[in-house]
Design a protein around this ligand. Sequence first.
Ligand code: PMT
Length: 401
Amino acid sequence: MLKGRRIVLGVTGGIAAYKAAELVRELIRRGAEVRVVMTAHACEFVTPLTFETLSGHRVATDLFYRTGDYTMDHISLAEFAELVVITPATANVIGKLAAGIADDLLTTALLAMPAPVLICPAMNSHMYAHPAVQANLARLASFGYTILAPGTGELACRTTGQGRLPEIHEIAEEIESLLTVKDLTGERILVTAGPTREPFDPVRYISNHSSGKMGYALALMAKRRGAEVTLVSGPTALPAPQGVQVVQVQTALEMRAAVQDHFKKATVVIKAAAVADYRPVDCARQKMKKKDGALQMELVCNPDILAEICKNKGKRIVVGFAMESEDLLANAQKKLLAKGMDFIVANDLTEPGAGFNTDTNIIRILDRQGGTESFPLMDKLEVAGVILDRVNKMRTQEKRG
Ligand code: PMT
């Protein structure tokens, strides 16, 4: 999602400088164009050649470097950047930036920089806790810089405490978030994701193949766009999306209780979970023993969570999904009208790249006015984007009256 975004990475002289090389790779993998500036101390830890090779561009290190075309690096970097990230940020550079000192290329470029700045401090835990460092960070925050607090754990100086550089995917996610337009600020979005598991003894259950990827993508995109997000998730192997409140559930009844709990404060509900329609009437206390012959099991219908919440929908925007393997549009239309949501996102399991456990999806959006919009194969994050665009459009139309 960083396709074509222009990022300047400032590397300063801490042991975590070697991890910045991994950040360059991650940003490029996400589609960004990266230019690297290194301080003299950073060059003691890692050579510019590493960053040149990874970024495919000259690494700027010297304030007085003559570019040959009469441009100045500190100005052209400021013009290039849509965002600057300093990884790792040492106590020294944090202090210099807080004081407005410009004694090398990075600190000078920062003074000329209109773009948002992300600071990722990494240092010994006592240094990080020192009142001078904390006061300088508070001052940088007051300039509008974003500070990504370091993690706690084992440090390179063989102590344990707060000072570890956050994980590379956490820094990349913060960058994604900073570069995303906050058009959903003020919305409280409740998303459901994943399967439910309906147990019939302590070791077995009825479930489905939902991986949770579609719902997690929706939660992450909504958070990036400024919404406050709660994700009610069935069991998945996915990490919790950064900045999202996650409520873990197992069964349809637990999902129903969690949705009802969080529904009251939600302004938007998006139900991407694949809820089991039936559950076993009984759950044996002990593991069921294998017997000869067929096994009969009585199932009872689970409550339809979506239909229930739509009865008290009020001004909330409610979005459902329809997962079909035949007659996609007709079946989706039936669900849209029967359950009472604002629009439904239909996906067909039989289409390659769509539905369960893929990183992509192919969707149609059907609305209550009879409109249908079809979308091509897209990454699930992009799919989440078009669904949230539709939510935003509805909200804007509603505000206009
Ligand atoms: O998780 P992934 O691997 O990324 O796969 C994504 C997905 C295929 C699960 C997702 O895109 C999707 O289609 N989710 C809805 C699956 C589903 O249960 O569809 P349905 O047609 O059976 O249900 C219709 C709607 O009613 C859904 O919004 C569902 O959440 C809701 N429902 C269904 C049954 C029930 N008891 N309560 C409900 O709220």
